[in-house]
Write a protein that binds this ligand. Structure first.
Ligand code: PLP
Ligand code: TYF
Length: 398
């Protein structure tokens, strides 16, 4: 049956972690995969989450199936976090939301549904560069992939003019995938004024905005980091899509908690969207799992725990900011070329500007792992490894 099957290409990011794990050198450092780890290099279990988890264990509830679109309280609380508690879109009943298996399933479920709507001519425009799974998810769903300019290697910042020019050439109806904040892989984001320009163009060209929000709260705070969603909501654009993930913000990677929200023109359209989302989910995985959603809903549903979670999230964010600053400072002290742009990039990642050859030297000579693109996960730096990493980066860029 399977004799003709060839090996599928591996995931470059998760594959690098496998190489790292197999590396016998002591003191090896993994700046590859995008996972937040604390000062001790461990994935944190947030105390707010732990508290809900203990209460759940004590309650020892039976494990029935969730509805196809997930836990109702989780969906309601997610809508409030993503769109804002006072959102007029929510008041008007224009948002359909379903719990999904991580942000990844939100992307895939939406892509399948949007493909049904768009038919044979389905097109999606993705930033250059972007998270690799964006390409494979939309391609597998049957989309033609297009790219828009985003990152300027010269400035280590945004190529806004290129972005606007490329978006301006897209056919009406094209899906435009946007990173809400903490762009993966570059760490380069739009400010509010730049979002206004982009959103104005999306509206004028009748493009369909699709916001991927996997790092809400990792740059400024949960409210600020949702600026793109707030501005889209206020823009008068009839329809847009948001995929959000709690993997990073709740440090619940393996629990697979995310959600898909689709905004329609009115309440009736949102109800039809909800039914279609459920139809797609039913044919892929039937319904999502209970535990992670119960944790998130438990935290977000209690004003006290929610406030504590915001503080814990602020702690992760603050540590990342401190590591960015410390890294830049140490590199400057070592006489390396200017890395000041790392302080202007946001979230877990930085496009460091290191070449593939320099990244390979880091791996081969120093047991420091980064992606071939030069992306480093700043959240993997800590006071114990900062000097080592800075010295190695200074050495390979000398
Ligand atoms: N979108 C982006 C840009 C990501 O970096 C990730 C991260 O893993 C996801 C979506 C998916 O998140 P999840 O782990 O919740 O599926
Ligand atoms: O970009 C990253 O490192 C994270 C984690 O297939 C990740 O988003 C990487 C690859 C993948 C799933 C998650």
């Amino acid at each position: 049956f399977f004799a003709s099957l060839e090996m599928a290409p591996g995931d470059p990011i998760l594959g690098l972690t496998e190489t790292y794990v197999a590396d016998p050198r002591p003191g090896k450092i993994n700046l590859g995969v995008g996972i937040y780890v604390d000062e001790q290099g461990r994935i944190p279990l947030l105390p707010s989450v732990h508290e809900v988890e203990q209460a759940l264990a004590a309650a020892a509830k039976p494990r029935g199936y969730l509805p196809i679109d997930g836990l109702a309280a989780y969906n309601r609380l997610t809508q409030q976090l993503v769109f804002g508690a006072e959102s007029p879109l929510l008041a008007a009943g224009r948002v359909a939301t379903a719990q999904t298996i991580g942000g990844s399933a939100a992307l895939r479920v939406a892509a399948d549904l949007l493909k049904q709507v768009a038919g044979a001519g389905a097109k999606v425009a993705i930033s250059n560069p972007s998270w690799g799974n964006h390409h494979v998810v939309f391609r597998t769903a049957g989309f033609e992939l297009l790219e828009y300019r985003y990152y300027s290697a010269a400035s280590h910042g945004l190529d806004l003019a290129g972005m606007l020019e490329d978006l301006g050439k897209l056919e009406p109806g094209t899906v435009v995938l946007l990173h809400a904040c903490c762009h993966n892989p570059t760490g380069v984001d739009l400010d509010a004024a730049q979002w206004q320009q982009v959103i104005g163009l999306l509206k004028e060209r009748r493009l369909l905005p699709f916001v991927d929000m996997a790092y809400q709260g990792f740059d400024q705070d949960t409210e600020q980091d949702a600026t793109a969603v707030r501005l889209l909501a206020a823009s008068g654009i009839e329809a847009f899509v948001v995929a959000n993930s709690y993997s990073k913000s709740f440090s619940l990677y393996g629990e697979r908690v995310g959600a898909l929200s689709m905004v329609g023109a009115d309440r009736g359209e949102a109800e039809r969207l909800q039914s279609k989302i459920k139809q797609v989910i039913r044919t892929i995985y039937s319904s999502p799992s209970t535990h992670g959603a119960a944790l998130v809903a438990g935290v977000l549903g209690s004003s006290e725990l929610r406030a504590r979670w915001e503080e814990e999230l602020g702690g992760m964010r603050g540590r990342i900011h401190a590591m960015r600053a410390g890294f830049v400072e140490k590199l400057a002290a070592l006489g390396a070329p200017d890395f000041g742009f790392i302080n202007r990039q946001a979230g877990m990642f930085s496009y460091s500007g290191l070449s593939k050859a320099q990244v390979h030297r880091l791996r081969d000579e120093y047991a420091i792992y980064a992606l071939d693109s030069g992306r480093i996960c700043v959240a993997a730096l800590n006071h114990a490894n900062l000097d080592t990493v800075a010295a190695a980066v200074a050495a390979v860029t000398r």
